[in-house]
Design a protein around this ligand. Structure first.
Ligand code: CP3
Length: 349
């Protein structure tokens, strides 16, 4: 009797890049790679009464996670959910108005803070972990699964303003007026984020990304206190429990403050914003950590020669060190599918 030959296991390129390896071509995934630019997403999204309900329905959230992998063959899948499930699990009712973004009851004072539960309701988040288990069972062995949370400053900024704003001014004012309250809120979010990410890893994600989309609006000392320190605490807390997990921090728009993350061994990679200077990053950051990014979402929307030129430039400028190709921020809903295909052809050629 001849036994079936074991298939060679394809390495997960993202994990190799996160281990510091320089690869012949960068592995690639896109922030917001599941979402409204995909007709198949819009189709299943229409079956759900609300976005939060969609996120908490494992059959739908797992489908949405897998859709971009099936269509494009990205090197990683990112869990389909949202950073605002954490305020929801603290008891702050979150809703998404069509075309208007998130709505929460704003936290304006000590009484607003006191309305939150002491801890997140992990039971409410169970569907997220079930989504991870379902995706794990369906994902090709060469594709890594990425989990995520929002960084405390970014999540707090929505909890305080109660909505998205152009510059998170309500949270910045709150930080100057009520630093002792913000400290309490951030501490709660640090503990919750560690527990939440550890549960995601136990359920099957191999990499977690901490999204600090609003880190770049803070001046130096405030950046260190509200963005950098909480992210470092989360990274250390997660690695203490799950040393094998990989961590990507995305402190969007912090420019040269990126170097302040370099001494933290618990962070494996830094996500770059579109505006980050690739040459400076290649010299000062990539020599010590894997970097991820940073194609302009608008050039992906525009397509044409500009797209090809920019993809080649980014690959070339980061070719001397470990690099994961991505956008500098989430993909825009109006992005044509053919432009994503073209981007992948250039990366893989
Ligand atoms: O990357 C992925 O594909 C995974 C899913 C994911 C979503 N949101 C799905 C989503 C991830 C990782 C996020 C993160 C997120 N959510 C961030 C950090 C990254 C960033 O973009 O800065 C932030 C700030 C949020 C909060 C949030 N969620 C906002 C401000 C909005 C409204 C704006 C918008 O794009 O509509 C959302 C809604 C949201 N999250 C949608 C999706 C697909 C659109 C809602 C829908 O499909 O009906």
């Amino acid at each position: 009797m001849t036994l079936p030959q074991p298939q060679p296991v394809k390495p997960k390129l993202i994990l190799e890049a996160l281990a510091g390896k320089v690869l012949p071509r960068p592995p690639v995934w896109l922030m917001r790679q599941a979402g409204r630019y995909l007709p198949e997403y819009r189709e299943i999204r229409a079956t759900s009464e609300s976005f939060i309900h969609f996120c908490f329905t494992p059959a739908l959230a797992s489908r949405a996670t897998l859709q971009p992998i099936e269509r494009f063959g990205f090197d990683a899948a990112i869990l389909f959910s949202d950073i605002l499930v954490i305020p929801e699990a603290f008891g702050q009712n979150v809703s998404f108005e069509q075309g208007e973004g998130p709505r929460l009851q704003p936290i304006e004072d000590a009484a607003g803070l006191a309305r939150l539960h002491d801890q997140i309701d992990m039971k409410l988040l169970e569907p997220v972990f079930e989504t991870i288990e379902r995706v794990k069972g369906a994902l090709p062995s060469s594709v890594a699964l990425i989990g995520f949370c929002g960084a405390p400053w970014t999540v707090a900024s929505y909890m305080i303003a109660g909505k998205g704003t152009p510059d998170q001014a309500p949270a910045r004012l709150f930080a100057y007026r009520h630093p002792e309250l913000l400290e309490k809120l951030i501490a709660k979010l640090v503990t919750a984020s560690i527990d939440y990410l550890v549960r995601q890893i136990v359920a099957g994600v191999e990499v977690v990304q901490i999204f600090d989309s609003w880190a770049g609006v803070l001046p130096g000392p405030a950046f260190r206190k509200w963005s950098l320190e909480p992210i470092l605490q989360i990274a250390r807390g997660v690695k203490a429990k799950c040393p094998e997990a990989r961590i990507i921090a995305f402190p969007r728009g912090v420019s040269t403050h990126l170097t302040e993350f370099l001494d933290c061994n618990e962070i494996d990679a830094l996500g770059l914003n579109t505006s980050d200077n690739t040459r400076w990053v290649a010299q000062r950051v990539q020599s010590r950590k894997t970097v991820q990014g940073n194609l302009d979402p608008l050039v992906l929307l525009a397509g044409g020669n500009s797209l090809e030129t920019e993809v080649r430039r980014i690959i070339s400028e980061f070719s001397g060190g470990p690099h994961i190709f991505n956008l500098g921020h989430g993909i825009l809903p109006a992005t044509p599918i053919e432009h994503v295909e073209k981007m992948l052809r250039v990366i893989r050629s």
